[in-house]
Ligand binder design. Sequence first.
Ligand code: FE2
Length: 379
Amino acid sequence: MGGSIKKAGFLLLTLLLALSVLAGCGAGSGSDGGSQSQSGISAAAGGGQSATGGDSGGSAGKEQVVNVYSARHYDVDAKLYEQFEQETGIKVNVIEGSANELIERIKREGESTEADLFITVDGGILSTAKKEGILQPVESAVIDSRVPERYRDPDNHWIGLLTRARIIAYSKDRVRPEELSTYEDLASEKWKGKVLVRSSTHLYNQSLVASLIAIEGEQKVEEWAKGIVANMARDPEGGDRDQAKAVVAGIGDVAIMNSYYVGHLSRSADPEERKVFEQIGVFFPNQQTTGTHINISGAGLVKHSKNKENAVKLIEFLTGKEAQTLLSAENFEFPVNSEAELPELLKSWGEFKAQEANWAALGEYNQLAVQIMNKAGWK
Ligand code: FE2
């Protein structure tokens, strides 16, 4: 009797844990736009919730592991974790969730956390994680030599892995690239009824607006946001890819979206999406001024990591030329390691001027960005 009750209790616990993982993933899609239609737990995680060996990473005879709490949801990440396992014998356990949930979880777990690495897609959130005191410095000459300083936390609490640009996609039929110039210009009269952009509830827009606040100040951005709302072709709906689709459908002429989605459209299994890719042009705004807004995916080393060496090894692996080349080829993000090769599409875009890195500002001005967008009526 006692045995079966115990067993039932164990099953219930297992079920609750499984549910909490699923809940994390569901919410997690919000942090990266629901950009990937894959199941929540990466292949490398093996469906296991508990990160085994988390309490004794270095001791002999124990399985070597590294436990990753990730807000990224891309197939290529799982592929690389498997490759890392094969090369090093270190098992990668992945727990996915939204970035904010994962930060809260690491805080709550405190010293007993099993997390070794925190991975997410926004420089503001990475800076916030540092501010919350859940990270510690990564010490690795290999990483320092591979990843330029502008793509790392000043104290190496987190290391950038890839960047993405928030570009303007335009209708090749109706817009000449010479007519485009800056994000600011999209708020001018000439784009009335032609601008497509997703909701202000999404982090991609919040970080874009936060970056503009850091550069231009609150007042100017407030006016700009009002101008954008006045120029919207429709109330915001859908994700970044849906804005490109709406350009091709003739709903608007220009769309603000992340660069890698253009890559995903280019090799979509859906011929309609490939057609969308063919009919849009990619424009990098603010080339003569402050640079195109970029954001960064990065890995933070968790303060109470029990497998620190393995965690640093995984960052070294992910910033290596081979992994960086594969990440860029499959997810169309820009590598941080300049030795990595770019896929043809990214090469075809050429070099571009990016905003000066100010990752902490994305976090610091997040609330203000949300307020400004709300006030402007940006749904
Ligand atoms: Fe995304």
